[in-house]
Design a protein around this ligand. Structure first.
Ligand SMILES: Nc1nc2c(ncn2[C@@H]2O[C@H](COP(=O)(O)OP(=O)(O)OP(=O)(O)O)[C@@H](O)[C@H]2O)c(=O)[nH]1
Ligand SMILES: [Mg+2]
Length: 424
């Protein structure tokens, strides 16, 4: 609430962020356009858009039509130089025709922290989301793609399971994208090597696209980069998107809030009484998957399955028409993997016919936006010179118990708003 008050009270002139009209005024000077706040989703202006892009090639669509489309999709969009416009058109056309090189380049663009790149990425996202919505209009609002999040403790068998499920799906002709979110390895890119080696078949499979999704070390980073990567992969025709995240910290909650179905993977070794697994994450799971149900681990896997089955009976149902299931699989033998996929498809079908899946996506878009606002405003606040000058001293006094945290926060916020007001 505080952050929103600050924004409402200080922003005046229109400014562009990530291709969306936002605001400016004094605060804008400290804002890094397109990075601090990046929208990348349909705003109210875009809701009434009717003219549009149908995913045609460059040759079919004239320059004028392209510019008109750009204005329609993104009325507040930043002015692009001819070179930038060419790059965006190249990426857009390449993406919608399924070129892997463009997919990689587009995701890299969305991950960039350079302000101009963030703006370009925002424009690209706007166009892709517009295209997605147009396509959904022809399927009565039914999303064409299926987004699945998978989380679980380190070593639960997530990547091995994705490899087993993924190869089954690509053998059936599906195109599958795997985004691996590893909040702990944001700078080293450590998940890349790990997950590529754990998904050797998928990494070589032309119908699959495996990519680590960096988090920039923050939860807001996970929300931004992963949400954007999902949209980009879908535009490139990857109709199933799997998002793997290690169940430590909060990243799994962020991922649960960006997918159609959320799976919690539990290894047999997790122990009794849902040991080590946060109850909250069990509550948001649409299915619990007990992994490694083979060999010596089978009895324990059965035991865990029974335990979760009874635990879930007492949990509040998240969707009226869906009771979370507990499945047992072995990625090593492949046992239970097709059955699990059948359950996932059943979940999707029920979600689509009841409308809960569409409703979930709508709510997720709003929460994506709010998360970006929260992070953007916080970054803006922390980067403000007055805040930077006083924060350390106030923090020290709070840490020593000399000042109440609330009083310190109020003092800092007051200093910030006063300074911003002075600048107006
Ligand atoms: N017996 C058995 N072992 C498995 C199975 N699936 C995975 N494993 C083993 O469990 C270990 C961890 O597997 P990963 O797939 O890397 O687990 P993960 O959850 O992706 O791990 P992180 O990404 O590091 O959190 C590896 O040694 C796998 O060989 C299975 O179905 N059966
Ligand atoms: Mg893994």
């Amino acid at each position: 609430m505080l952050e929103l008050r600050v924004v409402a009270g200080t922003l005046r002139r229109p400014l562009l962020h990530g291709g969306q009209r936002l605001s400016s005024g004094p605060i804008g000077r400290h804002l890094n356009p397109g990075r601090d706040i990046h929208w990348g989703l349909e705003g109210p202006n875009r809701a009434s858009v009717s003219a549009g892009h149908r995913g045609r090639g460059r040759g079919e669509e004239g320059r004028g039509a392209r510019a008109a489309h750009r204005r329609a999709v993104d009325p507040a969009g930043a002015d692009l130089s001819p070179r930038e416009e060419h790059r965006l058109s190249y990426l857009y056309d390449g993406l919608v025709s399924g070129q892997r090189a463009c997919l990689a380049e587009a995701i890299t663009l969305t991950e960039s922290t350079l302000p101009r790149h963030r703006q370009l990425a925002g424009q690209l996202l706007g166009r892709l989301l517009h295209r997605q919505r147009e396509r959904e209009a022809s399927t009565e609002g039914r999303p064409e793609t299926f987004r699945i999040g998978l989380s679980g403790p380190p070593g639960a068998g997530k990547s091995t399971f994705i490899e087993a499920l993924g190869t089954m799906l690509t053998a059936r002709g599906d195109k599958l994208a795997v985004l691996a979110v590893d909040p702990s390895s944001s700078t080293s890119g450590g998940s890349l090597l790990g997950d590529k080696t754990r998904m050797p078949l998928l990494s070589r499979d032309m119908r699959a696209y495996v990519r680590p999704s960096p988090s920039s070390g923050t939860l807001g980073g996970v929300t931004r980069t992963t949400n954007e990567a999902i949209v980009v992969c879908e535009a490139a025709g990857y109709s199933t998107v799997l998002v793997e995240t290690v169940g430590v910290g909060q990243s799994e909650f962020a991922v649960a809030d960006m997918v159609d179905m959320f799976l919690l993977l539990i290894p047999p070794g997790a122990g009794d009484e849902l040991q080590g697994i946060k109850r909250g994450i069990v509550e948001v799971a649409d299915a619990v998957v007990v992994t490694k149900g083979d060999g010596d681990l089978l009895p324990q896997a059965r035991h865990i399955q029974a335990e979760y089955t009874s635990a879930l009976k007492f949990m509040r149902q998240r969707l009226p028409k869906w009771k979370p299931r507990v499945m047992r699989v072995s990625a090593q033998t492949g046992q239970g993997v097709p059955e699990l996929w059948d359950v996932a498809l059943e979940f999707r079908e029920i979600g689509l016919s009841s409308g809960s899946l569409q409703a979930r996506r709508c709510a997720q878009r709003t929460s994506w936006m709010r998360s970006l606002i929260r992070n953007g405003v916080l970054e803006l606040f922390l980067a403000h010179p007055v805040v930077r000058a006083r924060a350390t001293q106030l923090e020290t006094r709070v840490a020593e118990g000399l000042l109440a945290p609330g009083a310190a926060a109020d003092a800092l916020l007051a200093a910030f708003t006063e300074d911003v007001a002075k600048e107006r």
